[in-house]
Design a binder for this molecule. Structure first.
Ligand code: HEC
Ligand code: HEC
Ligand code: HEC
Ligand code: HEC
Length: 122
């Protein structure tokens, strides 16, 4: 038992644990988000890239799964400030202004502010 615990401990120290939403290699050199792994496992690029396979990702896809601007804003209404409902623009800011799928992401707000958003996946 002790041996098992020790080897599990060693494993958890050596294997990097992926955080939810983190970037990781999904296909060849391409990176994607851990939370979207189920699409990469199915080699399903078209759910997000709804037009031509190499065309841009569609925001309609994000909204189909995550809800409308207003629903996303409501789901984070307990945050201060609410990144999905800024005093400047309200809720209608395209998702990919802040979130990105295959490359590092950056919160638009922090171009000017210094808000801590602990759940944001860079
Ligand atoms: C087929 C459904 C589906 C589509 C399409 C989809 N997502 Fe997701 N997404 C999920 C699921 C399921 C999770 C994990 C549970 C959760 O956080 O809602 C997730 C997690 C996330 C998260 C939280 C973790 C992270 O990566 O930071 C963000 C942000 C996100 N998605 C943004 C997007 C954006 C932006 C798009 C459009 C480019 C998109 N999603 C398209 C289903 C989807
Ligand atoms: C969860 C939604 C989502 C899935 C799944 C997804 N993409 Fe994307 N893709 C995006 C978004 C959003 C962008 C815009 C740039 C970014 O955010 O990285 C993009 C950009 C791209 C680009 C433009 C240039 C680049 O590399 O950034 C290519 C090419 C691409 N994706 C290919 C793919 C392939 C191939 C797959 C399947 C293995 C795939 N994508 C799966 C959302 C997605
Ligand atoms: C281009 C710069 C810029 C960007 C980007 C920006 N802000 Fe601001 N924000 C300001 C300025 C300037 C003020 C007014 C001065 C002050 O009170 O700090 C302000 C004030 C605020 C305030 C306090 C005053 C109020 O009206 O309630 C909040 C909350 C806020 N911003 C949230 C956000 C959020 C959330 C985002 C991202 C979605 C964001 N801001 C993006 C420049 C910006
Ligand atoms: C102005 C920047 C910005 C825009 C635009 C934006 N988000 Fe976010 N989103 C954030 C930030 C910042 C967080 C993390 C908040 C925190 O730390 O709790 C977040 C968190 C999330 C999460 C994870 C919620 C959680 O805490 O698990 C999802 C899912 C999500 N956003 C989806 C979307 C979708 C879908 C859209 C478009 C309809 C969108 N976001 C538009 C900044 C943005």
């Amino acid at each position: 038992m002790k041996k098992l615990i020790l080897s599990l401990l060693a494993l958890s120290l050596t294997a990097p644990t992926l955080q939810a939403g983190e970037l990781h290699k999904v296909m060849g050199k391409r990176e994607g988000r851990t939370n979207h792994s189920f699409m990469y496992e199915e080699k399903d690029c078209k759910t997000c890239h709804q037009g031509a396979p190499k065309g841009p990702a569609s925001e309609a896809a994000c909204i189909e799964c995550h809800g409308s601007y207003d629903e996303v804003a409501a789901s984070s209404a307990d945050k201060t400030p609410n990144p999905h409902d800024a005093p400047h623009w309200g809720a209608d800011v395209p998702c990919t202004v802040c979130h990105s799928e295959h490359q590092p992401a950056k919160v638009l707000c922090n171009d000017c502010h210094q808000f801590a958003f602990p759940n944001f996946s860079k």
